[in-house]
Design a protein around this ligand. Structure first.
Ligand code: RIB
Length: 305
């Protein structure tokens, strides 16, 4: 399995707090963790830890975070050939996680904003060897659209995770992707429809199907996922777990789905396994620090994989 992840990397600055501060208020966070994150990097690391060969196309800055990020990619078995350098800041993400494990994230794109269509052209021959291209929205939309067009041109399936929600994303421009994987908030923005009930969510998901996207997969947290395709609608149930920190769970899900789908081509089964992997990740702190390796995952879920 060889997967191209074209996207972001961030340094996650995670503050664990009792509650969100009010405007003008200073509060103390009882715990803090620094880690490697960014939706693109997280998805790449999850897929790589599960055994995929991952080609990561991304940009880091020239600050003190950059070396650590490059080293982290290498430690996770990801080739650094297309981890490109840029003057200025790397991507940074201050994250706040409260006692109920709700999280709020601010992203400063930094070098991620400078990943360009020309960078994809330079990596074209290597991208052409992959079975899946995985995209998110922490880089410029121009580059996302160029990656979608490249996938089409090369005949490589494309998975778009439209996160974080971007009001300026053109549905028309992304209609050729093979998979779109929004959460409920992202779906609401993309479809312009309410997402209060499961019926609302199905109706909103059909708006994405109606523009021509083959597989619309809505992640519903602990409730699992809704998958709508030419074969109809299917809910793949989630698994009940005691969540400690849900940060990066969506990325764990997508990295795991990508790995298993590239390996088997079986969407429903890959979604079932990705529910297990993401569910496991929320029982641990941090983003990439919560992602199991293939052997840890196989040991924990023996008989279920
Ligand atoms: O999805 C979680 C990720 O969102 C974090 O790692 C943070 O960097 C932001 O990109």
């Amino acid at each position: 399995m060889k997967i191209a992840v074209i996207g972001s990397n961030n340094v996650d600055l995670i503050s664990y707090i009792h509650r969100m501060p009010a405007v003008g208020e200073t509060i103390e966070a009882p715990d803090f963790r620094l880690g490697c994150g960014g939706k693109g990097a997280n998805q790449a690391v999850a897929a790589s830890r599960l055994g995929s060969e991952v080609l990561m196309v991304t940009r880091v800055g020239n600050d003190l975070f950059a070396e650590n990020t490059v080293a982290n990619f290498k430690e996770n078995g990801i080739d650094d050939k297309y981890i490109l350098r840029t003057e200025g800041s790397s991507g940074v993400a201050p994250i706040f996680v409260d006692e109920k494990s709700n999280n709020s994230i601010i992203i400063i794109k930094g070098a991620n904003a400078l990943l360009s269509p020309a960078d994809l052209d330079n990596a074209r021959d290597d991208i052409a060897t992959c079975q899946l291209i995985v995209l998110q929205l922490e880089i410029s939309l121009e580059t996302v659209y160029a990656a979608i067009d490249l996938g089409k041109e090369l005949g490589i399936p494309v998975l778009l995770n439209p996160a974080p929600a971007a009001p300026e994303l053109s549905l028309e421009r992304v209609r050729t992707v093979d998979f779109i994987m929004p959460n409920e908030t992202e779906l609401e923005l993309l479809s312009g429809m309410p997402v209060e009930s499961i019926e609302d969510i199905k109706n909103a998901a059909h708006v994405l199907r109606d523009v021509g996207i083959a597989n619309v997969i809505v992640t519903l947290g602990a409730r699992g996922v809704l998958w709508i395709s030419e074969h109809g609608e299917q809910i793949i149930e989630g698994n009940a777990v005691d969540a400690l920190d849900t940060t990066g769970a969506g990325d764990a899900f997508i990295g795991c789905f990508s790995h298993y789908w590239a390996k088997t081509g079986d969407v429903a089964e890959s979604l079932r396994i990705a529910n297990l992997y993401a569910g496991d990740s929320v029982t641990k702190y941090g983003t990439q620090t919560s992602y199991a390796t293939a052997s840890e995952f196989e040991e924990k879920f023996a008989g279920q994989l």
